[in-house]
Design a binder for this molecule. Structure first.
Ligand code: COA
Length: 321
């Protein structure tokens, strides 16, 4: 039993912040940002929550096949920037789309969140527990980055992407590998709120996202080629058999480096990071939806999705579209 992606959707806030806009608020230049990251602009929330963006993306993914909310079995929303710890984004979307029969929960694996959510849903579907699932990645990173830290605030953007998947009994199980290395977790971290407990004796940490950029770069460019090669070996395939690699959109230099290490043609690595920046768990489904709308993803294509991020977490999934 495999999974079949039946519908996709995405939503970006209307507000666009260019590198030139950033030049006005921090000491940076468009040239520096483009050269180091490939990012030219990002979409930034002016009030939309991660749940609002998730709802819009989910609506599109379901509209494609006129799926009635009441027929959805499972909703998993990946996010590390939800406005409310509870109720989670998945439960909020469940209500908005009338998915009264679904079980809904959130999952946080930072930028790997979407593929971890997809793999979790695949495991449920392939074991016959549920027949279909709505998977969402949604983030409003603009509220957790330190806008005085030019090393990080230039990188991130807001947005959401969604996929509606169904179990497909005509194909063998979807292959995936996912890994975590908590021992390196300190290189990318976010403290979500101060401790106001009167008995607390520690020191409250910064509430903003903090990153050791060089370490994260090193981690992504070493682990992702390895995990993709491992997935290819396990699938008796080579890079030539893969039509497209849809990677987490963190930085164009990371993507270029990974394609080089894999000895794979860069043309197989589509990217929209110049327009949307790093949208964390939303980046893979946003790009996937964009590529489908442009007619670049078609029936029968073999695609590797791969994500990496805080935790540290990373992984890759092989799907046949
Ligand atoms: N504009 C101008 N100068 C900047 C700047 C900016 N936005 N951000 C940092 N700099 C400066 C630094 O202060 C430093 O100056 P100094 O040499 O005078 O101290 C210099 O540029 C080099 O900084 P450094 O942090 O070493 O740059 P880098 O080459 O490592 O590039 C990143 C920084 C963030 C682009 C790079 O490390 C990276 O892409 N890392 C991966 C990050 C990522 O993708 N994270 C998310 C993964 S899910």
């Amino acid at each position: 039993m495999a999974i079949k992606i039946k519908g996709t959707g995405s939503c970006l806030p209307e507000k666009v912040v260019t590198n030139f806009d950033l030049e006005k608020i921090i000491e940076t230049t468009n040239e520096w940002i483009v050269e180091r990251t490939g990012i030219e602009q990002r979409h930034v929330s002016t009030g939309e929550s991660a749940a609002d963006l998730a709802f819009e993306a989910a609506k599109q993914a379901l509209a494609e096949n006129n799926i009635d909310g009441a027929d959805i079995d499972l909703i998993i929303a990946a996010s590390c920037t939800e406005e409310m710890s509870f109720p989670g984004i998945a439960c909020q979307v469940q209500t908005s789309i009338g998915a009264k029969n679904a079980v809904a929960f959130d999952l946080n694996a930072a930028c790997s969140g979407f593929i971890f959510a997809l793999n979790t849903a695949s495991a449920y579907l392939e074991n016959g527990i549920y027949k279909n699932a709505l998977i969402i990645g949604s983030e409003v990173l603009s509220k957790v980055v330190d806008w005085d830290d030019r090393g990080t605030c230039i990188l991130f953007g807001d947005g959401a992407g969604a996929m509606y998947i169904e179990a497909d009994s005509t194909k063998p199980a979807t292959k995936f590998i996912q890994r975590s290395d908590g021992s390196k977790g300190q290189v990318l971290k976010l403290t979500n709120r101060e401790n106001k407990n009167a008995f607390f004796e520690g020191e409250s940490e910064t509430k903003y996202l903090w990153m050791d950029g060089k370490e994260v770069f090193r981690f992504a460019t070493r682990q992702i080629p390895d995990v993709i090669n491992e997935l290819l070996d396990a699938s008796n395939m080579t890079v030539e058999d893969i039509d497209m690699f849809v990677l987490h959109q963190a930085n164009i230099r990371i993507i270029e480096n990974i394609s080089k290490r894999l000895n794979a043609d860069l043309e197989k690595f589509p990217s929209n990071v110049s327009k949307v920046g790093n949208t964390s768990s939303a980046s893979i489904p946003i790009l996937f939806d964009e590529l489908r709308k442009e007619g670049k993803i078609v029936e029968g294509m073999k695609i590797i999705l791969s994500g990496f991020g805080a935790g540290l977490t990373y992984g890759a999934s092989l799907i046949e579209f």
